[in-house]
Write a protein that binds this ligand. Structure first.
Ligand SMILES: C[S@@+](CC[C@H](N)C(=O)[O-])C[C@H]1O[C@@H](n2cnc3c(N)ncnc32)[C@H](O)[C@@H]1O
Length: 338
Protein backbone atom coordinates (compact mmCIF):
# COMPACT_ATOMS: atom_id res chain seq x y z
CA UNK A 1 0.00 0.00 0.00
CA UNK A 2 1.32 3.44 -0.84
CA UNK A 3 0.88 6.56 1.25
CA UNK A 4 -0.66 9.68 -0.28
CA UNK A 5 1.92 11.96 -1.84
CA UNK A 6 2.31 15.47 -0.47
CA UNK A 7 1.56 18.33 -2.82
CA UNK A 8 2.66 21.92 -2.93
CA UNK A 9 0.11 24.77 -2.92
CA UNK A 10 0.06 24.56 -6.70
CA UNK A 11 -0.77 20.87 -6.55
CA UNK A 12 2.63 19.70 -7.67
CA UNK A 13 3.68 16.34 -6.21
CA UNK A 14 6.76 16.49 -4.01
CA UNK A 15 9.07 13.51 -3.56
CA UNK A 16 8.35 9.86 -4.13
CA UNK A 17 5.52 7.61 -3.00
CA UNK A 18 6.43 5.90 0.24
CA UNK A 19 5.43 2.30 0.86
CA UNK A 20 3.82 1.50 4.20
CA UNK A 21 5.45 -0.99 6.51
CA UNK A 22 5.19 -1.35 10.26
CA UNK A 23 7.68 0.75 12.26
CA UNK A 24 8.82 -2.41 14.08
CA UNK A 25 9.71 -3.98 10.71
CA UNK A 26 11.45 -0.77 9.62
CA UNK A 27 13.54 -0.78 12.81
CA UNK A 28 14.46 -4.43 12.23
CA UNK A 29 15.67 -3.66 8.68
CA UNK A 30 17.71 -0.68 9.91
CA UNK A 31 19.33 -2.73 12.69
CA UNK A 32 20.19 -5.52 10.25
CA UNK A 33 21.82 -3.10 7.79
CA UNK A 34 23.91 -1.49 10.54
CA UNK A 35 25.02 -4.95 11.65
CA UNK A 36 26.04 -5.86 8.09
CA UNK A 37 28.13 -2.74 7.56
CA UNK A 38 29.73 -3.02 11.00
CA UNK A 39 30.74 -6.61 10.38
CA UNK A 40 31.96 -5.73 6.89
CA UNK A 41 34.11 -3.02 8.42
CA UNK A 42 35.67 -5.52 10.85
CA UNK A 43 36.36 -8.04 8.07
CA UNK A 44 37.90 -5.43 5.78
CA UNK A 45 40.15 -4.25 8.59
CA UNK A 46 41.29 -7.83 9.14
CA UNK A 47 41.92 -8.25 5.42
CA UNK A 48 43.83 -4.93 5.31
CA UNK A 49 41.29 -3.47 2.96
CA UNK A 50 40.68 0.27 3.07
CA UNK A 51 37.01 0.74 2.26
CA UNK A 52 34.64 3.60 2.76
CA UNK A 53 31.10 2.86 3.94
CA UNK A 54 30.20 6.11 2.27
CA UNK A 55 30.32 4.96 -1.29
CA UNK A 56 28.86 1.55 -2.04
CA UNK A 57 30.03 1.45 -5.67
CA UNK A 58 33.68 2.16 -4.78
CA UNK A 59 33.47 -0.13 -1.78
CA UNK A 60 32.24 -3.04 -3.95
CA UNK A 61 34.92 -2.37 -6.55
CA UNK A 62 37.68 -2.30 -3.89
CA UNK A 63 36.47 -5.55 -2.35
CA UNK A 64 36.18 -7.32 -5.71
CA UNK A 65 39.64 -6.20 -6.77
CA UNK A 66 41.17 -7.45 -3.50
CA UNK A 67 39.29 -10.75 -3.69
CA UNK A 68 40.46 -11.31 -7.27
CA UNK A 69 44.07 -10.35 -6.68
CA UNK A 70 44.22 -12.49 -3.53
CA UNK A 71 42.79 -15.55 -5.34
CA UNK A 72 39.91 -15.59 -2.93
CA UNK A 73 37.10 -15.56 -5.52
CA UNK A 74 36.04 -19.14 -4.69
CA UNK A 75 35.33 -18.27 -1.05
CA UNK A 76 33.67 -14.96 -1.88
CA UNK A 77 31.34 -16.69 -4.35
CA UNK A 78 30.55 -19.45 -1.86
CA UNK A 79 29.41 -16.83 0.61
CA UNK A 80 27.56 -14.89 -2.10
CA UNK A 81 25.64 -17.98 -3.24
CA UNK A 82 24.90 -19.33 0.23
CA UNK A 83 21.24 -20.09 0.93
CA UNK A 84 19.83 -17.53 3.33
CA UNK A 85 19.67 -17.33 6.21
CA UNK A 86 22.69 -19.54 6.72
CA UNK A 87 22.98 -20.61 10.36
CA UNK A 88 26.67 -21.27 9.89
CA UNK A 89 27.57 -17.93 8.28
CA UNK A 90 25.25 -15.93 10.53
CA UNK A 91 27.01 -17.37 13.59
CA UNK A 92 30.44 -16.75 12.06
CA UNK A 93 29.49 -13.20 11.14
CA UNK A 94 28.48 -12.47 14.73
CA UNK A 95 31.83 -13.66 16.07
CA UNK A 96 33.91 -12.42 13.15
CA UNK A 97 36.27 -10.52 15.46
CA UNK A 98 37.65 -13.90 16.58
CA UNK A 99 38.21 -15.24 13.05
CA UNK A 100 41.60 -14.91 11.41
CA UNK A 101 41.36 -17.36 8.53
CA UNK A 102 41.24 -15.38 5.25
CA UNK A 103 39.05 -17.85 3.39
CA UNK A 104 36.37 -17.79 6.12
CA UNK A 105 36.52 -14.01 6.35
CA UNK A 106 36.09 -13.77 2.58
CA UNK A 107 33.16 -16.19 2.61
CA UNK A 108 31.38 -14.06 5.24
CA UNK A 109 32.22 -10.95 3.23
CA UNK A 110 30.58 -12.46 0.12
CA UNK A 111 27.54 -13.35 2.22
CA UNK A 112 27.28 -9.77 3.51
CA UNK A 113 27.87 -8.07 0.16
CA UNK A 114 25.24 -10.24 -1.52
CA UNK A 115 22.69 -9.29 1.11
CA UNK A 116 23.50 -5.59 0.79
CA UNK A 117 23.35 -5.55 -3.00
CA UNK A 118 21.28 -8.49 -4.23
CA UNK A 119 18.85 -9.14 -1.42
CA UNK A 120 17.72 -5.58 -1.03
CA UNK A 121 19.81 -4.78 2.06
CA UNK A 122 20.68 -1.25 0.99
CA UNK A 123 17.38 -0.62 -0.81
CA UNK A 124 15.30 -1.85 2.12
CA UNK A 125 17.43 0.14 4.54
CA UNK A 126 16.80 3.34 2.63
CA UNK A 127 13.11 2.58 2.34
CA UNK A 128 12.87 1.71 6.04
CA UNK A 129 14.76 4.85 7.07
CA UNK A 130 12.47 6.96 4.90
CA UNK A 131 9.42 5.39 6.51
CA UNK A 132 10.87 5.84 9.99
CA UNK A 133 11.02 9.57 9.47
CA UNK A 134 8.00 10.03 7.24
CA UNK A 135 5.80 12.90 8.37
CA UNK A 136 2.80 10.60 8.48
CA UNK A 137 4.47 8.65 11.25
CA UNK A 138 5.41 11.77 13.17
CA UNK A 139 9.07 10.91 12.74
CA UNK A 140 10.30 13.79 10.61
CA UNK A 141 12.77 15.54 12.91
CA UNK A 142 12.79 18.67 10.76
CA UNK A 143 9.33 19.56 12.13
CA UNK A 144 11.04 20.57 15.36
CA UNK A 145 13.77 22.42 13.49
CA UNK A 146 11.18 24.46 11.61
CA UNK A 147 9.22 25.11 14.84
CA UNK A 148 12.37 26.43 16.53
CA UNK A 149 13.32 28.57 13.54
CA UNK A 150 9.82 30.07 13.43
CA UNK A 151 10.28 31.19 17.04
CA UNK A 152 13.22 33.40 15.99
CA UNK A 153 12.42 37.12 15.90
CA UNK A 154 13.25 37.40 12.21
CA UNK A 155 14.24 35.08 9.44
CA UNK A 156 16.51 36.55 6.80
CA UNK A 157 15.49 36.64 3.19
CA UNK A 158 17.30 34.16 0.99
CA UNK A 159 17.25 31.66 3.87
CA UNK A 160 19.12 28.54 2.76
CA UNK A 161 19.45 25.06 4.26
CA UNK A 162 21.67 22.08 3.64
CA UNK A 163 20.12 18.77 4.69
CA UNK A 164 22.79 16.12 5.19
CA UNK A 165 21.47 12.57 5.20
CA UNK A 166 18.29 13.49 3.39
CA UNK A 167 15.91 10.63 2.81
CA UNK A 168 12.91 12.48 1.50
CA UNK A 169 12.10 15.71 -0.31
CA UNK A 170 8.74 15.54 1.51
CA UNK A 171 10.32 16.38 4.86
CA UNK A 172 9.03 19.48 6.57
CA UNK A 173 12.35 21.24 6.04
CA UNK A 174 11.51 21.21 2.33
CA UNK A 175 7.75 21.67 2.40
CA UNK A 176 7.31 24.21 5.23
CA UNK A 177 8.20 27.16 3.04
CA UNK A 178 10.59 28.54 5.69
CA UNK A 179 13.54 28.20 3.35
CA UNK A 180 14.09 29.79 0.00
CA UNK A 181 16.35 26.93 -0.93
CA UNK A 182 17.02 23.47 0.51
CA UNK A 183 19.97 21.47 -0.81
CA UNK A 184 19.52 17.78 0.01
CA UNK A 185 22.37 15.30 0.00
CA UNK A 186 22.81 11.68 1.07
CA UNK A 187 25.50 9.06 0.65
CA UNK A 188 23.06 6.96 -1.35
CA UNK A 189 20.23 9.04 -2.75
CA UNK A 190 16.94 7.19 -3.04
CA UNK A 191 15.46 9.97 -5.16
CA UNK A 192 18.00 11.19 -7.71
CA UNK A 193 15.75 14.01 -8.94
CA UNK A 194 15.53 15.66 -5.51
CA UNK A 195 18.43 14.38 -3.42
CA UNK A 196 22.03 14.55 -4.56
CA UNK A 197 24.15 11.44 -3.94
CA UNK A 198 27.09 12.91 -2.11
CA UNK A 199 29.34 12.29 0.88
CA UNK A 200 29.32 15.51 2.86
CA UNK A 201 32.98 14.93 3.67
CA UNK A 202 33.73 15.11 -0.07
CA UNK A 203 31.46 18.07 -0.85
CA UNK A 204 33.69 20.78 -2.27
CA UNK A 205 34.44 23.57 0.22
CA UNK A 206 32.40 26.63 -0.81
CA UNK A 207 34.20 29.42 -2.62
CA UNK A 208 31.92 32.16 -1.32
CA UNK A 209 28.77 32.84 0.69
CA UNK A 210 26.47 32.12 -2.22
CA UNK A 211 27.46 28.46 -1.75
CA UNK A 212 27.13 28.51 2.04
CA UNK A 213 24.03 27.98 4.20
CA UNK A 214 22.09 29.60 7.05
CA UNK A 215 21.08 26.24 8.48
CA UNK A 216 22.64 22.79 8.28
CA UNK A 217 20.53 19.85 9.32
CA UNK A 218 22.42 16.76 10.42
CA UNK A 219 19.69 14.50 11.73
CA UNK A 220 20.67 10.99 12.81
CA UNK A 221 23.77 11.23 10.65
CA UNK A 222 26.59 11.59 13.18
CA UNK A 223 25.73 8.27 14.80
CA UNK A 224 25.98 6.72 11.35
CA UNK A 225 29.57 7.97 10.91
CA UNK A 226 31.88 5.07 11.84
CA UNK A 227 34.57 6.51 14.12
CA UNK A 228 34.84 9.23 16.81
CA UNK A 229 37.49 11.10 14.82
CA UNK A 230 35.39 11.06 11.66
CA UNK A 231 32.43 12.41 13.68
CA UNK A 232 34.63 15.21 14.98
CA UNK A 233 35.86 15.90 11.46
CA UNK A 234 32.27 16.19 10.28
CA UNK A 235 31.42 18.71 13.01
CA UNK A 236 34.49 20.79 12.14
CA UNK A 237 33.70 20.65 8.44
CA UNK A 238 30.21 22.06 9.01
CA UNK A 239 31.87 25.38 9.81
CA UNK A 240 33.07 25.82 6.25
CA UNK A 241 29.50 25.56 4.97
CA UNK A 242 27.93 28.21 7.19
CA UNK A 243 27.39 31.66 5.72
CA UNK A 244 29.73 34.42 6.84
CA UNK A 245 27.74 37.30 5.37
CA UNK A 246 24.95 36.98 7.96
CA UNK A 247 25.26 37.45 11.72
CA UNK A 248 23.80 34.11 12.80
CA UNK A 249 23.74 30.62 11.35
CA UNK A 250 22.40 27.36 12.79
CA UNK A 251 23.28 23.70 13.02
CA UNK A 252 20.54 21.21 13.85
CA UNK A 253 21.83 17.94 15.26
CA UNK A 254 19.71 14.94 16.10
CA UNK A 255 21.15 11.91 17.88
CA UNK A 256 19.69 8.70 19.23
CA UNK A 257 19.28 9.38 22.95
CA UNK A 258 21.55 6.47 24.03
CA UNK A 259 24.48 8.24 22.30
CA UNK A 260 24.43 10.89 25.00
CA UNK A 261 22.74 9.28 27.98
CA UNK A 262 24.05 5.73 27.75
CA UNK A 263 27.59 6.17 26.56
CA UNK A 264 30.77 5.59 28.52
CA UNK A 265 32.47 8.46 26.73
CA UNK A 266 29.79 11.01 25.94
CA UNK A 267 27.21 13.09 27.76
CA UNK A 268 24.93 15.86 26.71
CA UNK A 269 27.14 18.40 28.45
CA UNK A 270 30.36 17.09 26.92
CA UNK A 271 28.74 17.17 23.49
CA UNK A 272 27.79 20.81 24.06
CA UNK A 273 31.32 21.59 25.28
CA UNK A 274 32.76 20.11 22.09
CA UNK A 275 30.35 22.19 20.05
CA UNK A 276 31.15 25.30 22.11
CA UNK A 277 34.82 24.68 21.47
CA UNK A 278 34.04 24.77 17.76
CA UNK A 279 32.22 28.06 18.24
CA UNK A 280 28.60 26.88 18.48
CA UNK A 281 26.22 27.85 21.28
CA UNK A 282 23.33 25.57 22.08
CA UNK A 283 20.09 27.49 21.91
CA UNK A 284 17.50 24.71 21.95
CA UNK A 285 17.40 21.19 23.28
CA UNK A 286 14.64 18.61 23.40
CA UNK A 287 14.83 15.09 24.70
CA UNK A 288 12.18 12.73 23.35
CA UNK A 289 11.79 9.11 24.44
CA UNK A 290 14.49 7.84 22.13
CA UNK A 291 15.95 10.90 20.41
CA UNK A 292 17.84 14.04 21.42
CA UNK A 293 17.44 17.22 19.36
CA UNK A 294 19.90 20.12 19.49
CA UNK A 295 19.86 23.49 17.81
CA UNK A 296 23.23 25.27 17.84
CA UNK A 297 23.83 28.82 16.82
CA UNK A 298 27.01 30.26 15.40
CA UNK A 299 27.31 34.00 15.55
CA UNK A 300 29.65 35.77 13.20
CA UNK A 301 31.97 37.03 15.91
CA UNK A 302 31.79 34.04 18.27
CA UNK A 303 35.33 32.93 19.09
CA UNK A 304 36.20 29.80 17.24
CA UNK A 305 38.24 28.28 20.06
CA UNK A 306 39.16 25.30 17.96
CA UNK A 307 41.00 27.39 15.37
CA UNK A 308 42.46 29.75 17.95
CA UNK A 309 43.74 26.96 20.17
CA UNK A 310 45.19 24.90 17.37
CA UNK A 311 47.19 27.97 16.39
CA UNK A 312 48.30 28.50 20.00
CA UNK A 313 48.88 24.75 20.46
CA UNK A 314 46.92 24.76 23.73
CA UNK A 315 46.01 21.64 25.63
CA UNK A 316 43.03 20.22 23.81
CA UNK A 317 43.21 16.75 25.34
CA UNK A 318 39.67 16.98 26.70
CA UNK A 319 38.37 16.85 23.15
CA UNK A 320 41.05 14.72 21.56
CA UNK A 321 41.11 11.75 23.95
CA UNK A 322 38.30 9.49 25.08
CA UNK A 323 37.40 10.24 28.69
CA UNK A 324 35.55 7.66 30.71
CA UNK A 325 32.51 9.49 32.03
CA UNK A 326 30.23 6.65 33.08
CA UNK A 327 31.17 3.07 33.74
CA UNK A 328 28.57 0.40 34.23
CA UNK A 329 27.45 -2.64 32.26
CA UNK A 330 25.28 -2.14 29.22
CA UNK A 331 26.65 1.24 28.16
CA UNK A 332 27.70 1.98 24.58
CA UNK A 333 30.98 3.50 23.35
CA UNK A 334 29.66 6.44 21.33
CA UNK A 335 32.09 9.34 21.33
CA UNK A 336 33.25 12.29 19.27
CA UNK A 337 36.89 13.33 19.06
CA UNK A 338 38.40 16.42 17.50
C1 LIG B 1 19.62 7.03 9.79
S1 LIG B 1 19.60 7.92 8.32
C2 LIG B 1 18.83 9.39 8.92
C3 LIG B 1 18.08 10.09 7.91
C4 LIG B 1 17.25 11.31 8.27
N1 LIG B 1 18.08 12.48 8.24
C5 LIG B 1 16.50 11.18 9.57
O1 LIG B 1 16.63 12.07 10.42
O2 LIG B 1 15.76 10.21 9.77
C6 LIG B 1 21.28 8.46 8.15
C7 LIG B 1 21.59 8.91 6.75
O3 LIG B 1 22.78 9.68 6.80
C8 LIG B 1 23.46 9.46 5.61
N2 LIG B 1 24.87 9.83 5.78
C9 LIG B 1 25.75 9.32 6.68
N3 LIG B 1 26.96 9.89 6.51
C10 LIG B 1 26.83 10.78 5.52
C11 LIG B 1 27.74 11.65 4.85
N4 LIG B 1 29.03 11.69 5.18
N5 LIG B 1 27.28 12.41 3.83
C12 LIG B 1 25.98 12.35 3.45
N6 LIG B 1 25.07 11.53 4.03
C13 LIG B 1 25.49 10.75 5.05
C14 LIG B 1 23.25 7.96 5.35
O4 LIG B 1 23.43 7.64 4.00
C15 LIG B 1 21.84 7.76 5.81
O5 LIG B 1 20.92 7.81 4.75
Amino acid sequence: MLSKRKTTIRGKHVGKKIPRIKPSRARKIIRRFHLLINKRRVICRKLDLAISDNDEATCSATILEAVNSGNLQKFYEEGWKEIRPSNDLEAKMLSVQNITDKSTLTRILGYIMCEIHEHGGLKNYQMASTIGQDGGRGGDSSKLLVKWLRELPTLPSDFRALEIGSLSARNYISTSGVFDQVVRIDLNSNDAANIQSQDFMQRPIPNDDSERFDVISCSLVLNFVPSPLERGAMLKRLLAFLRRDVTTTYVFIVLPLPCIVHSRYMSESLFCEIMAYLGYTRTQYYEAKKIAYFLFEKTMNAPDTYQRDSQLVRDTSKFTKKLLIHDKPGLNNFSVLL
